[in-house]
Each structure stands twice: as C-alpha cells, then as structure tokens.
Write a protein that binds this ligand. Sequence first.
Ligand code: GLN
Length: 227
Amino acid sequence: MKSAVVVFPGTNRDKDMVRALEGASGQSPALVWHKHSEIPKVDLIVLPGGFAHGDYLRAGAMAARSPVMREVVARAESGVPVLGVCNGFQALTEAGLLPGALLRNADLRFVCRTVTLRVENTQTLFTGRFAAGETFDTPVAHMDGNYFIDDEGHRRIAGNDQIAFRYADGAAAGPANPNGALDDIAGVFNETKTVLGLMPHPEDATDPLHGGTDGRKLFDGIVEALS
Ligand SMILES: NC(=O)CC[C@H](N)C(=O)O
C-alpha cells in the first residue's frame, strides 16, 4: 500500500504516523508539505495530528485552506481513501470532507490519557479487521475534541452508519468520554466511508513501548483492504 502523509507547519505526529504506516505496510509514506499542490499517486492520504498553524483561528481551520488541501479534496472526491487523526480530523471537518465540528473540550482543559473506543461499523476499508462492537485502547491528546453536529446531521450520520467509533467504558481510567463529545462520538466517516477522521491516536498504540498495540488492527486492516 502506497501512502502520503501531509505535513503542515506545527504538525507534530507525522513521524508517529510514518512509523505506524511503515510497520503495517512495509513501505515508507511520501511526505507532502502543505504548500505543495500535488500529491503522488497513492492508495491512502493521511492528515496526522499536531498543531497546524498553532491552532490559530480554530484548530484545523487554516490547514483546511492550504494549497495541498485542494488536491486532498479532489482526490477524496474521486474516491481515494483519506484518514485524519486528531488535528487531521479537525482539518477534514473544516475542509467539508467530514460532517460536524470539533469544539473545545467541555471542561476547557487539554486532555492527555488513554481512552477505550468501541468500533461501531466494521463494514469499511478502515475497520474490517475489527469484530462488531469490539473495544480497543488508544491515547488521546487534544484541546478541541468535543465532537458536535446538529440534530438533523446527527440523525443522518447515525442512520447512514457514519459513526466509526464511540468512547466506551473499558480498562482506561477516568470517564469514558474525555471531552464531552455528542453521543460519545470519537470518529466519523463521510457518506461513502472512504474518509475517516478520529480524535484518538491509534498510531501511538502500535508498539509495545507505547504501552499497548491495539492501534495496529486499524493500520493492518487498512493495508489489507488497499493492497
Ligand atoms: N494531538 C493533536 O493532534 C492535537 C490537535 C489540536 N491541536 C488540539 O489540541 O485539539
């Protein structure tokens, strides 16, 4: 599987993402700087986490207007799978590729800990390795992860199986929902399930040194689906 990781000024999880993709696919992703308007021909485009443009204005808002995002939107519209993690998820909602918005955490604090996720839809190219309702643990690290969508949008994404992951009770300490997200939503798909965004960092749960390897299933499943 060939992949590209987009890097913005302030991105800081690009190397974690590169390692996770290399581990799963055996191939090094291409790194694409945000000012470039071309992306190599790849099977998967990834927007990693971090603080693009220092989160000024709103997290992901300026990144969504970068030259590279015109190409990300065009590729996504042509069916190329796109994955956005944390800041990448924020940028994908700001770019209109995913429904809803990420608001400030309900308690107005940065949250950095492990959470448990429940897989809500396993019939996608991203989640095929998981069993229905399976839970797994990953870290979160964000200030603006409080997922919001209006009532009509909520009904639409729930009815179309676009809710990918919900925060769930599990081994992780603390309240299941770390940020006040509506309906405990941790990640969503676009209508066709070819774009996925999630707040937690599965790439940081892929090595025993991370304290857990639950995130590998996501990357292994993506590689299996796209190779
Ligand atoms: N780890 C991240 O990607 C953080 C995203 C964003 N800067 C926030 O704090 O909400």
